[in-house]
Design a protein around this ligand. Structure first.
Ligand SMILES: Cc1ncc(C[n+]2csc(CCOP(=O)(O)OP(=O)(O)O)c2C)c(N)n1
Length: 402
């Protein structure tokens, strides 16, 4: 299953993991040649000798929890989109359609693993226990990071495409030097694979056998650029050229994503270095709320992907297993509603930060240029005090013009 012409990799190494598997005794269909798939869009469990043991411990209760996770993060997404439309957020990057890729991969991690996300990993932030309103804090312009990266082992959202992959490799090399078996995982899109940073990160990770997982969500579009312009072949096919084994999985199949991530994490923990995962998924909404995808993509493409919806297929599996009870549906709905209400209240009730805090945490050590800019801005702000009563000859305080 792993593609690797450079470093031989034996899938049989994972056969030692032997879990009982009562949940999936249902029908089994042919494996997809396109990518690893354990769950078809119809919710039918597909047998896969390389992957089955990696998800065999997942109980019916855990399947229901994954279903709840995905529904809740979709609801967070809908609520945040509405908040943006109502003027409460400056911008929002929806994850609609990418729930399985994000939930499956982040639920496979250990608490001490460190995550280096891009800006779209809102489900990952949810899994990491970030308070709901803090997930949208950056998009309200309220802080440079909505959360404390060290508290959640989750770096701040990264808008510089691909830069976080370098940070992840640096962290992973550090973990290796420290002699711990924690792993770094970094999330990025198909477009990011065209960036120098991602390619440099892969060279470095391979050279130093860094314990890092490169998790590419191929959502088919880099704003208006289709994936075909980023990669002539499969994106996963590139990694072996760097000396990194890779897997291509159905990113809308939460079980395939969990299996692939667990395999990659296990390799890293055992000192076998980086792994590249291409999760094939689809961004069903706009790139951000500032984007209009109807201008560059065909309606029929979206309609085809709606049939592969990650939540729907898990729902169908639960149904076929007799686990889709009215109680589960009611519990999930109640959780969605309470999370959305808490997110909304927290967002709207967020106090504005003091203006000068925009200069905080930019550098870890004093920085002369930044200090000058802060002083200048402080003078500008203080020039407003009493300006209206003492100076009516100008429409703005002089300090603001210097
Ligand atoms: C270095 C850099 N170049 C360009 C941009 C502008 N930009 C923002 S998002 C984006 C597309 C990213 O696409 P992809 O990597 O596929 O991620 P997705 O948004 O689809 O998750 C670009 C080019 C940027 N933020 N950083």
């Amino acid at each position: 299953m792993l593609t690797n012409e450079v470093v031989p990799f034996a899938a049989s190494a994972y056969d030692s993991v032997n879990f009982s598997n009562d949940a999936w005794s249902g029908p089994v269909v042919e494996q997809s040649p396109e990518f690893v798939q354990l769950l078809t869009p119809d919710g039918v469990r597909v047998a896969n000798p390389d992957c089955d043991s990696w998800v065999a411990d997942i109980t019916g209760e855990q399947l229901a929890a994954l279903y709840e996770d995905m529904r809740v993060v979709r609801r967070i997404d809908t609520e945040a989109t509405a908040l943006q439309r109502q003027g409460e957020l400056g911008l929002w990057p929806p994850l609609l359609g990418q729930e399985a890729a994000q939930i499956g991969s982040s639920r496979a991690l250990r608490d001490d693993d460190f995550i280096f996300p891009s800006y779209r990993e809102n489900a990952v932030a949810y899994v990491r226990g970030v308070p709901f309103a803090d997930i949208v804090r950056v998009w309200r312009g309220n802080a440079q990071s909505g959360w404390d990266p060290y508290k959640h082992q989750l770096a701040a959202p990264n808008i510089i495409i691909g830069a976080q992959t370098l940070h992840a490799v640096g962290w992973a090399v550090g973990a290796k030097h420290d002699g711990v078996d924690s792993v770094a995982i970094t999330y990025f899109g198909d477009g990011a694979t065209s960036e120098g940073d991602v390619n440099e990160a892969m060279v470095f990770a391979a050279s130093f056998q860094a314990p890092v997982v490169f998790f590419c969500q191929n959502n088919h579009w880099a704003i208006s650029e289709p994936v075909g312009l980023q990669a002539v072949g499969s994106i996963a096919g590139r990694a072996p050229g760097f000396g990194i084994p890779s897997m291509r999985v159905d990113g809308n199949d939460v079980l395939a994503v969990i299996a692939a991530t667990r395999i990659a994490l296990d390799r890293a923990r055992r000192g076998e270095g980086p792994t590249f995962i291409e999760a094939v998924t689809y961004r069903m909404g706009p790139h951000t709320t500032a984007d209009d995808p109807t201008r560059y993509r065909d309606k029929s493409e979206l309609e085809a992907w709606k049939l592969k919806d990650p939540i729907l297929r898990l729902k169908r599996l639960l149904d076929s297993l007799g686990l889709l009870t009215p109680e589960l549906e009611a519990r999930t709905q109640a959780k969605e509603d309470s999370v959305a209400a808490e997110l909304r209240a927290g967002c709207i009730g967020m106090p504005d930060p003091a203006p000068l805090t925009v200069f905080d945490n930019v550098y870890s050590t004093p920085h002369a240029t930044l200090d000058r800019e802060r002083d200048k801005y402080a003078a500008y702000l203080s020039s407003f005090d009493g300006a209206a009563s003492s100076d009516t000859s100008t429409d703005a305080p002089a300090g603001g013009r210097s």
